[in-house]
Each structure stands twice: as structure tokens, then as C-alpha cells.
Design a binder for this molecule. Sequence first.
Ligand code: PLP
Length: 398
Amino acid sequence: MVSKDMLQLGRVRSAIRELFEFGRKRAAVVGEENIYDFSLGNPSVPPPKQLTEEMVGLLNGSDPSALHGYTSAPGANETRDAIAENLNRRFGTDFTRRNLYISCGAAAALTSVLRALTVDGNTEFIAIAPYFPEYGCFASTAGGRLVVVPADTERFQIDFSALERSINARTQGVIINSPNNPSGVIYSEETIRALADLLRKKSAEVGHAIYLISDEPYRELNYTNEPVPFVTNYYDAAIISYSYSKSLSIPGDRIGYVLIPNAMPDFEDVYDAVAGSARIQGYVCAPSLLQKAIARAAQLNLMPDLSSYRKNRDALYEGLNAFGYRCMPPDGAFYLFLEAPGGDGDAFAEAAKDEDILIVSGRSFGCPEYVRIAYCVAYDTIVRAMPGFGRLYRRFCK
Ligand code: PLP
């Protein structure tokens, strides 16, 4: 006998993975170059050269037992110190290693935080559509429940009246993700201020802190001149879940962190509960080699090279607009969220397969009228996919 819930999760692949697998099969038939695969958010730029050099240096130079041995569960001191110093320099904060728990990427950071904050079976976490679909199973396997606030489809910021209506005494946290997967939108400073005000008001009303859980794997993928607001500077009970998967193009290396500021009212409890949660989930510690590499990356302040993503974004956005498609200008991450001509994201994504264009329906992100295009691909893929997008538009908008 096995757990029904786990069986279901293991058997039913996510819509994104499903599409990716379809692409692999199709590529075997029509050739790799004839598949326009915009399904996965796998970075298409290589990791910074300096990071690779640092890793090679570590592998060649260090004492192997230090490089491959366990670190303390929250992460090596040198890594946490280097990250804290980097954040303090950039965001005017005063973090120390005690504010950081190194994790195996954002997924592990989030599951640790959600499990830590789940008080009982009534615990609710709120996500704002469009949202990363894994939040649903992360919240439910933590023992709580995900409540989804419908999207503000005008600007893809936050519909505050809908959010306010969703908050009640069971609400433990609101999850945000900016720059956003799938919309590419960055929450403005005005949005973050209004969100902080609302959460302060509601926390007072319900008599406990409502945590702001900020999922930030795309923080550094920002094409605007405005900084992405750093949430702990706006709200004390804010927890950041960060990942180097996208910013340094190392998603397979599984490294990120949870950041819990001292200003949080029950700081010690939250930090230790995150540690307990990571412990029962068996994370033990994040990969040691990567922890050392990340310490160097933080000291060197390594950042992604945005030039090719920007070029892709511009070509895609301008090309699609020229056909008549509608979408928000994507300011960050590497996704474009397109209003599906005809209003049905499922039907449009399905029809796109006829052109060997693989795009994900917005349904699993909580916006079934949209499709997501991940433009972390070769520039040439975008150029060659354009005629197919044109035919699709004409097919749906006769
Ligand atoms: N959160 C969002 C919004 C994501 O898009 C992803 C990955 O695509 C994750 C979390 C998980 O990131 P990681 O690979 O660091 O676990």
C-alpha cells in the first residue's frame, strides 16, 4: 500500500513537464531544430564564467573532505556571512548569518517555510494569480491549504479588495512572486507598500502575524531601471525564499536560501521552525561545493548577463504585438503571458502544438484565458517560430 496523495503527485505530471516530454517525443520525429519549445523555465544563458572558474578552483584546490563533507544544517558560516554582507551592501539591510538558512533551491526553501508556518489542518496560505502551480502541492503537503486570489488582469499587480476578502483568522501567509512567473510583471513599490499596509491591518484584526512569503528566484532578472522592492524593508514579518537557479543559471545545482529578518516579531521561533521543517524533510544541508561557490559569487557580486534574455523578450514582444496579440510588457523573469486569442488558453496551447510551438496554458497558473511563453531559448528559435505564431493568430482571429 502507498499514500494515495503521493501516488497522485508522482503519477500526474505537471502541465509544464507533460508538454516538455511531448516535445522530446516530437523532436525525435521532426528533428530538434523544428520544435519551438517555450515550455520550461530552464535558463538559456550559461552560468557566469567566474562562477565556473571558482568551482574548478575549489575542486582542484581544496581539501576534499571540507568540500564534500556535511556542513551545519543552516549552512556554512562563510556562505551565510557572504550572502548577508552582499544583501546589506545592496539593500541597506543589517542581516547576519543568523538570518539565513541555506536551502536546496527555492522549492526546498518554500516547502520548509510553509511546513514551518502550518499550525494545523485549517492553516491557509494565499497565492495571487497568476502563481507558480507548485504552491498548491507545497501548501497541501505541508498540511495546510492554498487559497487563490484572482488576477488583476488590467496590470497583473494585486487586486487588493479580492485579497482583503480572502484573509481571515486562518491565514498564516501570503505568497508573492515578483518578478513573476508566468506574467513577467514586477510588483511596483506602490503595490508592496499597499500590501504591507493591508497585512499590518489584517494582522492586528486577526490577532497574529500574517507572514509575507516572497518567492524570489527571478529577483535579478529585471529589465527596467527601477529596482525590485526588497520586501523586508517594507514589512517586518516578511520571509524571503531565494534561489540561484535562474540568476546564476544553475537550477540543477539546487542552491538558495530562506531569509528571516530579526525585525519579525517571533523571529527565533520562525527560524527554528524552518530548521525543524528542513530537518524532517531530509534536506540535511545544501550541497557543500555549491555553498562554497555561492560564498564566492556573493563576494564577487556575480549577476546574470541579461543581454540575450532582453533581446529575446524584445523580439517576441514586438513580433507578437505586430500580429495583434495582447500581453503585458514583460519587465522581468523570462516569461511572457499572452492573452489567448479566443479566450481559451487550453485550446490555444493545444493548437500551437500543430505548429510544433510548445507553450503552456495559463490554467495551472490560475488564469485559463492566457498562455505562458518561456523565452529562455535560442534567439533563432523565436525568429523561426514567428511565422507559426502568425498562422495561429489568423486561425483564431478570422
Ligand atoms: N518559484 C518559482 C516562481 C519558480 O518559477 C520556480 C522554478 O521555476 C521555483 C520557485 C523553484 O525554483 P528552484 O529551482 O530554485 O527550486
